[in-house]
Design a protein around this ligand. Structure first.
Ligand SMILES: Nc1ncnc2c1ncn2[C@@H]1O[C@H](COP(=O)(O)OP(=O)(O)O)[C@@H](O)[C@H]1O
Ligand SMILES: [Mg+2]
Length: 208
């Protein structure tokens, strides 16, 4: 008998929203919840998630390229990630936690950079064949707060050095995606403290 298909959770939000801060803790917490059920958790990220995907990630961050090229490379990495990592894990019955997925492409390449949503949707349909995460946690906060948090600790990379206006467009595109798929998304007020957000994540996973 085939094992029950695992669940797939993604974290989304603008740079500096606090995804990475919560991811390690959340992944340990969720692993502990799943262990008594004999279920493993696989934690991964995009762009990346496979050796080829990590190479593509480095190109995306360091090579100048057309917006369309960037988007196609993201979806090429995504196909590899889905076919060789995510889908096999879900089929085994494992759960998958992924730091960013296609919502980020709608937010950054679509909302942020202005690529038509219909083009992204066409690639999404081709690469995902209707497959979507079961739960997407959106860390939402104003661009100004995210920038101030990031600037306090690290030098910005290519995506992070964009303007407030850019990140506001990215944020709004995320919020639009959340409105279009209210059953899949839960929103977190990411202006709250690390401890408060942890508490909220515990509740979200309990309910899920
Ligand atoms: N809830 C929070 N309150 C205040 N600062 C936070 C919070 N969550 C994260 N930070 C800080 O903000 C910065 C960006 O967080 P990070 O987790 O790297 O964001 P992301 O992965 O979403 O880009 C880090 O320096 C982190 O310590
Ligand atoms: Mg991060």
């Amino acid at each position: 008998m085939e094992p029950t298909r695992g669940k797939w959770i993604t974290f989304e939000g603008i740079d500096g929203a606090g995804k990475s801060t919560q991811l390690l803790w959340f992944s340990e917490h969720l692993s502990k919840c799943l262990k008594p059920l004999g279920i493993s958790l696989l934690t991964t990220r995009e762009p990346g998630g496979t050796p080829l995907g990590e190479t593509i990630r480095a190109w995306l961050l360091h090579q100048p390229m057309q917006l369309e090229t960037e988007t196609l490379l993201i979806f090429a990495a995504r196909f590899e990630h889905l076919a060789t990592v995510i889908q096999p894990a879900l089929k085994r019955g494992d759960w998958v936690l992924c730091d960013r997925f296609t919502d980020a492409t709608f937010a950054y390449q679509g909302g942020g950079r202005g690529l038509a949503g219909a083009r992204i949707a066409a690639l999404e349909a081709w690469v995902q064949q209707g497959l979507q995460p079961d739960l997407t946690v959106l860390f939402d906060l104003p661009a100004e707060i995210a920038t101030a948090r990031r600037d306090a600790v690290r030098a910005p990379d290519k995506f992070e050095s964009e303007s407030h206006a850019f990140f506001t467009r990215v944020r709004n595109a995320y919020l639009r995606r959340a409105r279009e798929a209210p059953d899949r998304f839960v929103q977190i007020d990411a202006t709250r403290s690390v401890a408060e957000i942890r508490h909220q994540l515990e509740k979200i996973i309990e309910q899920f």
